[in-house]
Design a binder for this molecule. Structure first.
Ligand SMILES: [Ca+2]
Ligand SMILES: [Ca+2]
Length: 237
């Protein structure tokens, strides 16, 4: 009986170990965007190492004092606030990161944005650095650093009423350049596009071309990968 229980336990343990943690979620509720005030949060659970990650920052913020309390008295999507400060800037709230080592730690986002903007009758000097990553112990983190919101007493500060940073593993298939799940001759055109015009590749496939194109995992997509790509095609056909 003891033996049976022990083996059931071992099966449970091994099945848990075998299933990768696909996503990390970091709660932003209560995080402030405040002049000269760094903030950080970590995920409740771990995320397994991967070659690629998709991250997304979303949530609602409210002005807590000063002009921001007057302009944003109720929870307002962070994306809308960023657009108010600088049109187009909300695009950077989601993206992809490549991790050629397939190991942690890894920084997936380090994005500084700054400038001046007119809020009501006030000219605001603003700046903040958004940082996200995964520690060696597989816990994900998010930081808002080096915040400038000046003149701070007049401008006030924001606080998240709700929100998350999610980091998802991207499942890669080396050589599958058109992301249809297969590696075959149809990928050749996309591979050439990735080499000649990486920006056009990203526009067409919405992925960093290195995720499936850096086949030898040295971190760059170049002619050495073309040879590896051809060898991959030959081995699967
Ligand atoms: Ca394919
Ligand atoms: Ca390479």
């Amino acid at each position: 009986m003891r033996l049976a229980i022990t083996s059931t336990f071992l099966i449970l343990v091994s099945s848990v170990a075998a299933s990768a943690q696909q996503q990390a979620v970091i709660d932003l509720t209560g995080v402030q965007i405040r002049n000269a005030t760094n903030q950080s949060r970590t995920s409740a659970g771990p995320i397994s190492p991967a070659y690629g990650y998709h991250y997304a920052i979303s949530g609602n913020v409210r002005g807590m004092s000063g002009a921001l309390a007057l302009l944003y008295p109720t929870p307002t999507p962070l994306a809308q606030v960023l657009e108010d400060f600088q049109p187009g800037s909300s695009a950077g709230l989601s993206g992809e990161a490549y991790n050629p080592t397939n190991a942690h730690p890894i920084e997936v986002l380090n994005d500084r944005r700054e400038g001046t903007s007119t809020l009501g009758a006030i000219t605001v000097t603003y700046g903040l650095t958004l940082i996200a990553g995964i520690r060696a112990d597989n816990v994900a983190y998010f930081q808002i650093d080096s915040v400038v919101l000046q003149p701070s007493a007049l401008v006030g500060f924001f606080q998240f009423t709700s929100g998350t940073v999610t980091i998802d593993r991207v499942n890669v298939t080396p050589g599958d350049m058109n992301w249809d799940g297969l590696v075959n001759g149809d990928d050749a055109q996309a591979f050439v596009l990735a080499q000649l015009d990486p920006a056009a590749y990203v526009a067409a496939y919405a992925h960093d071309p290195r995720l499936n194109g850096d086949i030898n995992r040295d971190g760059i997509l170049d002619a050495a990968d073309l040879l590896a790509f051809i060898q991959t095609l030959l081995s699967v056909s």
